[in-house]
Design a protein around this ligand. Structure first.
Ligand code: SAM
Length: 329
């Protein structure tokens, strides 16, 4: 009797061990299946081509909603509280980069002469105005820009176009005290981790990145359950991750998020201060991209293997850009 009992016991233990092994194998295969969901190349190429068409669009071809002429007052409404004060702390040898500047109207307003500026709206401080660099994939410079460049001289304002942020070398751009992005690369890039790593590499320690992102899961959790998210992040197992939670995993930064749940689309206003130089952004990969203004994007966080950190490589001309020529002014 005792030997029958012990053989049943042994069989049960073996079955339990087998179940554990099966569970591990199934889980691993399951994860691999989630992990293997990369966007099919031809479809991605098609969406990228559509996106290029939006960038190239001119006059009546510009799709409704692709706004390229927001002024400084719009930036003050759309960026996190404190942006105007931050600009005011800069001196004449400091530098401001506006990524995805479009027609660079915000920089033009900042540099408006006293008699033309809306009262109190240039955000300039007592130390003078910072040098400003506008960056756009497509060249949207206006006559007003050209005239202001001529009147200011001395390269105080520059316009860079023909490339994406990631395609510039550190030497070409230098370092900045303030970087802004209003519906620019942060909302449009297909490689958000590389974009963030590049932005942070261009910031001086103590410098701040001011941006926003629309139609995302809000940090305060108050977005409507019916929201269709334009930018969606998931972890390795496919569970939702908020943009701010992902950003807060970056080393050497202080991230502050202002959730706007009462705006038409749930929007996160984001302020990222670089506090030391050893920045590492958790890597994500693209799962899906749908062209638009802004595009729909789905990213997946890669498992953090043994604390391996992602540092953005400086890559040249990795992907096609509109023109190969850089326009400078
Ligand atoms: C919708 S417009 C916004 C223009 C401006 N910020 C405004 O609010 O009027 C998008 C801008 O982002 C730029 N852009 C998108 N992705 C970019 C990237 N990876 N690097 C540089 N510029 C980018 C586009 O070329 C364009 O100038």
């Amino acid at each position: 009797m005792r030997s029958v009992k012990s053989s049943v016991k042994g069989w049960k233990a073996a079955a339990a061990r087998l179940a554990v092994v099966i569970a591990i194998v199934v889980q691993t295969l399951g994860l691999r299946a989630v992990w293997a969901q990369e966007p099919p190349r031809p479809r991605l190429d098609e969406e990228m081509a559509k996106q290029e068409k939006i960038y190239r669009s001119r006059d009546s071809d510009v799709p409704g909603g692709y706004i390229t002429d927001r002024g400084l007052s719009d930036y003050l409404e759309l960026l996190p509280t404190g942006f105007c004060d931050a600009l005011g702390t800069l001196g004449s040898s400091d530098r401001w980069l506006d990524i995805g500047a479009g027609a660079a109207q915000a920089i033009l307003d900042y540099y408006a002469p006293e008699n033309e500026a809306a009262p109190g709206k240039t955000c300039a401080g007592a130390g003078g105005k910072a040098r400003a660099v506008a960056m756009s994939i497509e060249d949207r410079r206006t006559d007003a820009w050209r005239q202001r460049v001529a009147s200011l001289g001395d390269g105080r304002i520059r316009y860079l176009s023909g490339k994406r942020l990631r395609q510039y070398s550190p030497e070409e751009l230098g370092k900045f005290q303030i970087i802004t992005d209003v519906f620019g690369g942060f909302s449009y890039t297909e490689d958000l981790s590389e974009f963030m790593a590049k932005v942070l590499s261009l910031l001086e320690t103590g410098g701040v990145f001011h941006t926003l992102v629309q139609s995302v899961q809000l940090e305060n959790g108050k977005d409507r359950p019916t929201t269709w998210y334009l930018t969606k992040l998931v972890d390795a197992a496919g569970r939702d991750v908020k943009v701010c939670s992902w950003l807060k995993q970056t080393t050497c930064v202080k991230v502050a998020c202002e959730s706007k749940s009462d705006w038409n689309a749930p929007t996160e206003l984001i302020n990222i201060r670089k506090v030391c130089s050893d920045v590492s952004v958790p890597r994500m990969k693209l799962l899906n991209f749908e062209a638009g203004n802004p595009p729909g994007r789905r990213f997946q966080l890669e498992p953090q293997r043994g604390g391996v950190e992602f540092k953005a490589p400086v890559r040249d001309e990795r992907k096609k850009s509109l023109e190969s020529v850089e326009a400078k002014d």
